[in-house]
Write a protein that binds this ligand. Structure first.
Ligand SMILES: C[S@@+](CC[C@H](N)C(=O)[O-])C[C@H]1O[C@@H](n2cnc3c(N)ncnc32)[C@H](O)[C@@H]1O
Length: 267
């Protein structure tokens, strides 16, 4: 799931084509479906996350976004769209999903009807740091497990602030070091502090919350993938197992957080 390239050895920023390959491999993966069903049996099957979500976390995001019917939600780095589509449907909102992987955008577009949102959801190719969306056009923005991917997460936060209307809220899920001085963590992760990233981008009322149950989803999905054994040619499952072996080593050094902030009224 390409969760977090910089949990392990320092590596270059992943490109859109890295993700294209991951999305192409996972589309028909029975192995991934089995892992999700075993790890999070209550998660609606159609969500097919490329991230680490539970029903409880989705409900939390939904409350934090506080959307009302007819408002516009932007899902930043939407992947194949499930989380944003679920959140928009739950609120009676419209949705624009943005991702730099054209394969993800294609898959998300094909899944709109599954959520009954054909008349009010669409997906576009764009970068977290340059979405191509107009200024002040979104009522709320969500970003699930992705805002750390650009070299400068602050540039992604600034882009979210640009597209949000005054008073609009950004809500994101991510990882943060428990101890920023811990030398076992790669430098890029050590310096990841969502409160200061959102502050720097001009957000007000910034909150960062860590809950053990959100961290549990993350490690449970990985452990379930490893328990699945021989991937038997399922490359998406094999990739997830590789990722699990690497990430579980440092999983206890990070918190899984929900960070949020409000785009201020210009004065
Ligand atoms: C871990 S996946 C999460 C996908 C989706 N949010 C979900 O919950 O299923 C990370 C996503 O970030 C996207 N991504 C990574 N870097 C990006 C960037 N700079 N601009 C736009 N999308 C990016 C990837 O293509 C991928 O869809």
């Amino acid at each position: 799931m390409a969760e977090d390239v910089d949990h392990g050895q320092p590596s270059a920023e992943p490109t859109a084509s890295d993700f294209d390959e991951g999305f192409a491999a996972s589309a028909g993966s029975d192995g991934l479906r089995r892992v999700w069903h075993a790890a999070e049996p209550d998660l609606p099957i159609e969500i097919e996350p490329f991230s680490f979500l539970s029903v409880e976390l989705l409900d939390h995001l939904s409350r934090a976004l506080a959307l009302t019917p007819g408002q516009l939600l932007v899902d930043l780095a939407c992947g194949r769209g499930g989380p944003g589509l679920w959140l928009a449907r739950a609120a009676g909102a419209s949705l624009i999903g943005v991702d730099f992987s054209s394969v993800a955008v294609e898959q998300a577009t094909a899944r709109v009807a599954l959520f009954g949102l054909s008349d009010r959801a669409r997906f576009v190719v764009g970068d977290l740091t340059e979405t191509g969306l107009p200024d002040a056009s979104a009522d709320a923005a969500v970003c699930v497990d992705a805002m750390h991917f650009p070299a400068e997460p602050a540039a992604a936060a600034a882009e979210a602030a640009r597209i949000l209307r005054p008073g609009g809220r950004l809500v994101l899920t991510n990882w943060q070091p428990r101890n920023p001085q811990d030398s076992r963590l790669p430098a890029r992760l050590r310096h990841r502090a969502w409160a200061s990233i959102l502050d720097q981008a001009g957000f007000t009322d910034v909150r960062v919350e860590a809950r053990p149950e959100w961290h549990d989803v993350y490690t449970r999905v990985y452990r379930t993938a490893l328990d699945a054994g021989d991937p038997d040619g399922d490359t998406a499952l094999a990739d997830l197992q590789d990722e699990a072996r690497r990430r579980l080593e440092t999983a206890d050094l990070v918190d899984r957080v929900v960070a949020s902030g409000t785009n201020p009224d210009p004065r």
